[in-house]
Design a protein around this ligand. Structure first.
Ligand SMILES: Nc1nc2c(ncn2[C@@H]2O[C@H](COP(=O)(O)OP(=O)(O)OP(=O)(O)O)[C@@H](O)[C@H]2O)c(=O)[nH]1
Ligand SMILES: [Mg+2]
Length: 198
């Protein structure tokens, strides 16, 4: 096990991912789950809105004053419950908000974890992707804000990154909706590849 894998195991993360919505925080019984995570201000909520449309509810995370959004999305022919989490920089939380984002991953055991990153700042964002993968979570990566990256002359080879990381990687622009159809399909496929889909 790598050093970061060992450190994560100290915090109760890592190792085999127990999927299929068996978490202790059953929110909508029977529905497969997608959790959206990532750094602050990368477009998580806009991606969430694109996936769920108007079908979303806001509530306080149990026992806290931190609000999280949940909604329903149809992905590749199946319904999922999607959770938007507060921005977090790593799996080792510092703020209450980060702790809740981690709790969504740990206790709710989503069938797919959608890591949204800013395509302009991949060097800063990818270490967190690696942490999520090392924790054994079923990760799909959304390279969001590719419009701004392209305008800045940054061309990311999503297919190559997908090959290197071994997880689905999709370029998106949440403001215009570019890439969202592909993202929906890849999320649904990845859930099924975990052997968890309906
Ligand atoms: N140009 C561009 N702007 C984007 C894109 N996605 C999101 N934004 C903008 O980025 C800002 C942040 O978007 P949010 O969806 O609130 O980001 P977030 O990750 O939910 O932010 P926190 O919840 O604060 O962590 C907003 O002004 C969005 O309009 C994108 O793909 N391209
Ligand atoms: Mg948000």
């Amino acid at each position: 096990m790598s050093l970061s894998g060992k450190i994560l195991s100290v915090f109760g993360l890592g190792g085999h991912h127990d999927c299929c919505g068996q978490g202790s925080q059953a929110t909508q019984p029977g529905l497969k789950k997608v959790a959206i995570v990532g750094s602050p201000n990368v477009g998580k909520s806009l991606v969430f809105n694109r996936l769920t449309g108007a079908r979303a509810t806001v509530s306080n995370y149990p026992g806290t004053t931190v609000s999280i959004m949940r909604g329903k999305a149809r992905l590749d022919g199946h319904d999922y419950e999607v959770t938007d989490t507060p921005g977090m920089y790593s799996l080792l939380p510092i703020t209450e908000e980060e702790g809740i984002a981690r709790a969504v991953l740990l206790t709710e055991k989503p069938d797919v974890v959608l890591h949204v990153v800013d395509a302009k700042n991949l060097e800063r964002m990818l270490p967190f992707t690696l942490q999520l993968i090392e924790a054994g979570l079923p990760v799909v990566l959304s390279l969001n804000m590719t419009d701004e990256a392209e305008a800045a002359g940054i061309m990311v080879d999503a297919a190559r990154l997908e090959e290197v990381l071994g997880i689905p990687v999709v370029a998106t622009v949440a403001t215009s909706g570019r890439g969202m159809d592909i993202l929906r399909r890849r999320l649904g496929e990845h859930a099924r590849n975990q052997g968890c889909a309906a």
